[in-house]
Design a protein around this ligand. Structure first.
Ligand code: NI
Length: 138
């Protein structure tokens, strides 16, 4: 870990009050950690803009497994990208619905392409790609 730098930030009182409320609701006990997390979030977003960046993330999918061939289609896509899918968690939410969470890793452009393909598959009710970093650059 590099040494700590202290900075002063001038901020509108109303904005700061809103920020304090927000971070308190999220469980932060001090502003510094909240600021650091905001900065890390922006850095990760920036990192993902580079198509060749190595990234880690999760893809969350909710779908109805009764939709004809949908489970097979989603599994086929994952096999086509087996080197990008590190692990999959499947939960049978109820009689009809399944929740699947994939841990993905690879070049940003490939990971996003896979996530877009899965999420846009007909029958997938909701999907989201969550991006994060490997932790090394943060
Ligand atoms: Ni299921």
């Amino acid at each position: 870990m590099s040494e700590l730098s202290r900075i002063g930030v001038a901020i509108d009182s109303d904005l700061l009050a809103k920020f304090d409320t927000l971070i308190s609701e999220r469980g932060y006990t001090n502003r510094s950690e909240a600021f650091r997390d905001l900065i890390r979030d922006e850095l990760i977003e920036k990192q993902w803009e580079r198509p060749d960046a190595e990234v880690v993330g999760t893809v969350t999918l909710v779908y109805d497994h009764h939709v004809r061939l949908l489970s097979e289609k989603l599994t086929d896509m994952q096999h086509d990208h087996f080197h990008h899918v590190l692990s999959t968690l499947h939960v049978h939410l109820d009689h009809d619905n399944c929740l699947e969470v994939l841990v993905v890793r690879g070049q940003a452009v490939m990971v996003r392409k896979l996530a877009d393909a899965l999420i846009s598959t007909k029958g997938v009710k909701h999907g989201r790609l969550t991006i994060t970093g490997s932790g090394n650059s943060l």
